[in-house]
Ligand binder design. Structure first.
Ligand code: UTP
Length: 294
């Protein structure tokens, strides 16, 4: 019987983040804070809420700050405890121990598909979810988008799941657009193809790929034979197109509010919404917004 468990996640975090320069010259884009946690930590939490136990972070040579954040540091914990800061010690202990973290360096930044391919050895025979390191979601308890996609993977008996949402028609030209073969009900669609950034009048649907996928390890075979595509990079979408020639592939329209934190406005709205969702900050933020003379 086919193994349908998904206990591993791959989070590509090696990109240069040029849209966020100059800050990304000194700090990884994925480490930019949303209130008091790095952007990446919201994605890490989402995959853990989806049942993942092992997380592979794809980093570039200069992204030590990501490793430092997740590394268990007992000396620092003891130091905090000795100073009576027990809650602070608990907080950093929880960050480092909530999953098993693995790091793989992508030495040459040859695109998202290439980043995922770097995880081949460590993933082995396991199924895995991929979530981009700069896309966060807010969601109701027990409804993590990662969980919804993993459930869809099980429902589709272990076939590839492309995660995304319906976007306004005028925006579909910014995303991978789904060409649908069959509506399988309850948010699941069988795919005929994916058209990368189509012209608005050529778009076959308003269903957009939004930085989350679930794969069996078979995807590595296709990534290995994917030639360089757009931007001279190895595109994950091109590997999925090759795989689709051999087996079915599905789209899942997930529920949850998604923020593109690789984009300045997306990042700022994420900070405001997260702050408004927190009991310790909500009142102060509302007061500030109401006082703004816009
Ligand atoms: P993006 O294209 O949004 O990231 O990739 P980028 O290249 O850092 O951004 P800009 O356009 O220069 O501002 C989506 C995700 O894939 C990772 C990025 O870190 C990001 O989390 N990525 C991208 C890699 O890990 N390796 C790559 O070669 C490219």
């Amino acid at each position: 019987m086919r193994n349908l468990d998904v206990k591993w996640a791959v989070i590509p975090c090696a990109g240069n983040g040029t849209r966020f320069l100059p800050i990304t010259k000194g700090i990884a884009k994925e480490m930019c804070p949303i209130v008091d946690r790095p952007t990446l930590d919201y994605i890490v939490q989402e995959v853990i809420d989806g049942g993942v136990t092992d997380i592979v972070l794809i980093v570039s040579v200069d992204k030590d700050d990501i490793k430092r954040y997740y590394t268990y540091n007992p000396e620092y914990e003891q130091e905090l405890i000795a100073k009576g800061k027990v809650e602070a010690a608990k907080l950093i202990h929880e960050v480092a121990t909530k999953a098993r973290f693995h790091y793989v360096t992508q030495y040459e930044l040859l695109g998202l598909g290439h980043a995922v391919l770097q995880a081949k050895k460590i993933i082995g025979d396991n199924n895995f979810i991929v979530c981009c390191g700069d896309d966060i979601c807010t969601y109701k308890k027990d409804e993590a988008p990662a969980k919804q996609l993993i459930d869809a993977f099980k429902r589709s008996e272990g076939n590839t799941i492309v995660g995304g949402q319906t976007v306004p028609h005028e925006n579909i030209c910014r995303y991978g657009c789904m060409d649908i073969k069959k509506d399988c009900g309850s948010h699941l669609y069988e795919l005929k193809g994916i058209v990368e950034k189509p012209a608005i009048d050529k778009a076959t649907s308003d269903l957009a790929s939004l930085g989350k996928w679930v794969f069996s390890p078979k995807i590595f075979k296709y990534l290995e034979k994917t030639p360089r595509g757009a931007g001279c990079e190895i595109q994950l979408t091109d590997a999925i197109a090759l795989l689709m020639k051999d087996e079915p592939c599905y789209f899942y329209d997930f529920v949850g509010k998604r923020y593109d934190c690789g984009d300045k406005l997306g990042y700022l709205t994420a900070i405001i919404d997260v702050a408004l969702s927190r009991e310790d900050l909500k009142e102060g933020v509302i007061k500030h917004i109401k006082n703004l003379k816009i």
